[in-house]
Design a protein around this ligand. Structure first.
Ligand SMILES: Nc1ncnc2c1ncn2[C@@H]1O[C@H](COP(=O)(O)OP(=O)(O)OP(=O)(O)O)[C@@H](O)[C@H]1O
Ligand SMILES: [Mg+2]
Length: 279
């Protein structure tokens, strides 16, 4: 029997378990597929999947399994373009700018020397981020030349993606950022992530609180989502003292456990209904 919705995962987190429960509640036939056990015959379109919700944590597994399924005509949320574009902070930056979405000013440099030169010009502090990555990993605040040299030198001996030096202005803001969860053209819930650490990620100890969704926030999130051709995404924003709301990231496989908890919004049900074409 074919399913209404397939959840393609490589790790079962709270979010994936919640999708199973939501399927039972909403009478939507949900098929759970472990991508690690998957071998796809690329010459034969699988008909049993229904719409696939892509939930793989691994960036490479995520975009390659999406490419294979989508290429054979299976509908995948989010699509391959979103996986590639939202999965890379430089690509996202360029698209947000083009779409007129305010985002932190940034520089990209292609060697240690070029990065150091640009830092001398822009001044400190500056934030260095891997173009591909999440949970705040390998994101550093460069407070001065000595710190920058050490961090950038370390990256020069890593895998080539880490030798793309993506440097953002350090945004002055309250000690929090905003995560807004979008299902289609709607922000279904949003949270502040408060933290004593400058990186406010929940994975690093951030504390969630409900954030009221204003018209300005929603309109900015819709533009950001569309800029990367997304459907179900988590938009991350900061409240800059100088420039107001800025979008710094669009997450294509967003976590939403804490948003469900503090906003009491049934995000997994909304996701499944959207994927099954019921809303
Ligand atoms: N330019 C900046 N200025 C100040 N703080 C920043 C800046 N960029 C990021 N941060 C802080 O660092 C955190 C992590 O940054 P970002 O969201 O870009 O990385 P990530 O690792 O992809 O996170 P996620 O877990 O949300 O996928 C943000 O939530 C924010 O608190
Ligand atoms: Mg983020």
């Amino acid at each position: 029997m074919s399913s209404d919705v397939t959840v393609l995962y490589d790790t079962i987190r709270w979010e994936e378990k919640a999708l199973i429960e939501a399927g039972k509640k909403r009478d939507i036939n949900v098929n759970m597929v472990d991508c690690k056990k998957l071998a796809l015959d690329l010459e034969k379109k699988p008909n049993e999947y229904g719409t696939v919700i892509q939930r793989c944590v691994s960036y490479y597994r995520n975009i390659h399994s999406t490419a294979a399924l989508e290429g054979m005509g299976v509908r995948v949320i989010n699509c391959l373009n979103t996986g590639i574009l939202a999965g890379n902070k430089l690509f996202t930056h360029m698209l947000l700018k083009k779409a007129g979405v305010p985002t932190p000013n940034a520089t990209v440099a292609f060697s240690k020397e070029a990065a150091m030169q640009s830092l001398e010009l822009c001044g400190y502090p500056r934030v260095i981020k891997p173009t591909v990555g999440s949970w705040g990993r390998l994101i550093s605040k460069l407070n001065d030349r000595d710190a920058a040299e050490g961090i950038i030198e370390g990256r020069e001996s890593m895998y080539p993606i880490y030798q793309i030096h993506y440097l953002e202005e350090f945004v002055k803001r309250p000690p929090r950022d905003i995560r807004a969860i979008m299902v289609g053209d709607k922000v279904v819930a949003a949270i502040y992530r408060n933290s004593d650490h400058w990186k406010t990620n929940m994975a690093l100890g951030g504390v969630a609180a409900k954030c009221t969704v204003t018209k300005e926030l929603e309109e900015m999130c819709i533009k950001a989502k569309n800029a990367v051709h997304g459907e179900i995404v988590g938009v991350d924003l900061m409240e800059s003292e100088e420039r107001g709301l800025l979008v710094h990231e669009v997450n294509n496989t967003t976590e939403y456990k804490n948003t469900v908890r503090v906003c009491d919004t049934d995000i997994p049900s909304l996701m499944l209904e959207y994927a099954a074409g019921r809303n």
